[in-house]
Design a protein around this ligand. Structure first.
Ligand SMILES: Nc1ncnc2c1ncn2[C@@H]1O[C@H](COP(=O)(O)OP(=O)(O)O)[C@@H](O)[C@H]1O
Ligand SMILES: [Mg+2]
Length: 329
């Protein structure tokens, strides 16, 4: 054995960034290095409570566990157990929170792509006969005199066809992984334009809209039409969450290489049991909702190499959109 290693083994273990725990043949843990204690969020005295037999079924194995750390969010820790001579074992702990999150995001993107293909196929098949129905209805309308009471029925048919067409366009939007039309855009302008477009629906719902901008211009390279679509979805959701009126705040902030758009509402919040589903395609809690707004927004933000997240509680919900100033192509 190397003398130097002999002398410094304990010290080396303490400075490692992976967690190491040693357990005797009964599974009782007798040592854990600093990284392991940090990972598990326990003090050295707490080690007595741990028995790795309870953690693993077999003698050797791998296992991922979720832990809630003090003051921090949930983390995912991978435990690897290796049996040493004499029945003792060493458990290696690695914080794989980031890998886990990336895996989840990839899964989500994959699911979105599949749903996208399916919806675009169906939407296409519906659009053609629908166009035929509309033409026929218009022809019929032309044939009967204006004062005939049946004109109203036909007009109604045409209005409903238009509504269906709009819905289908939504599906197309969702399906097409559009090419980004990246240009320099003045974010304040993009936000102001979007607020202008939703002002009516805010008024109708007694929602006061407040905008907060830093001094000077914030310009980023992005597809402004798509950004507007993202903002619109988030704004409309905010308004719809405030049944008896309220306040929606939009904050724009410069964060160096990134920008941050925060949308706060004073609505009812998002119940805990659906928080992990709101970005899923077709997930909606609204009687007339389609459930595509957030999944489309998620995709569009990701196409910009940005991020969209939220925090919510009984006093309202805050969506945070971060975008790089320069989209990586
Ligand atoms: N600001 C918000 N406050 C409360 N719930 C929200 C908010 N934004 C989104 N949600 C929830 O997320 C669901 C999905 O939103 P979205 O994808 O836009 O679809 P839709 O608006 O058609 O329901 C909504 O039905 C709602 O339950
Ligand atoms: Mg919506």
């Amino acid at each position: 054995m190397n003398d130097l290693l002999d002398t410094h083994a304990a010290e080396v273990l303490e400075v490692l960034s992976v967690g190491i725990m040693l357990a005797d043949e009964t599974g009782a843990v007798s040592y854990a290095n600093r990284a392991a204690l940090e990972c598990l969020c326990i003090e050295r005295e707490g080690l007595k409570e741990i028995n790795i037999r309870g953690m693993f079924r077999q003698n050797a194995g791998k296992k991922d566990i979720m832990l809630r750390t003090k003051g921090k969010d949930r983390i995912t820790v991978r435990l690897n157990r290796i049996t040493l001579s004499g029945g003792c074992s060493v458990v290696v702990l690695t914080d794989i929170t980031e890998i886990h999150q990336l895996e989840q995001e990839l899964l989500k993107m994959d699911k979105l792509a599949t749903v996208g293909e399916l919806t675009s196929g169906i939407a296409h098949e519906i659009r053609n006969p629908l166009a035929g129905i509309k033409t026929t209805a218009q022809a019929l309308k032309g044939e009967i005199p204006d004062n005939d009471h049946r004109v109203a029925y036909i007009s109604r048919i045409i209005v409903e066809i238009d509504r269906l067409n709009k819905l289908l366009l939504n599906f197309f939007d969702f399906a097409k992984p559009k090419d980004l039309n990246v240009q320099a855009c003045d974010l304040k302008r993009v936000i102001e334009d979007t607020v202008f477009l939703m002002q009516d629906s805010a008024l109708r719902n007694h929602v006061q809209v407040m905008e907060f901008y830093p001094p000077g211009q914030i310009s980023i390279r992005a597809d402004s039409d798509l950004l507007q679509q993202v903002l619109m979805n988030v704004f409309i959701n905010a308004v719809q969450a405030m049944h008896s009126g309220g306040r929606m705040e939009v904050h724009l902030a410069d964060k160096g290489s990134q920008v941050e758009i925060i949308v706060k509402d004073t609505g009812k919040g998002i119940p805990e049991n659906i928080r992990n589903r709101i970005f899923d395609p077709f997930f909606t809690t609204k009687p007339k909702g389609i459930g595509l707004g957030l999944s489309i927004s998620y995709r569009l933000v990701k196409m910009h190499s940005g991020n969209i997240s939220f925090a919510t509680g009984p006093r309202g919900t805050t969506f945070t959109i971060t975008l790089p100033k320069e989209v990586a192509m």
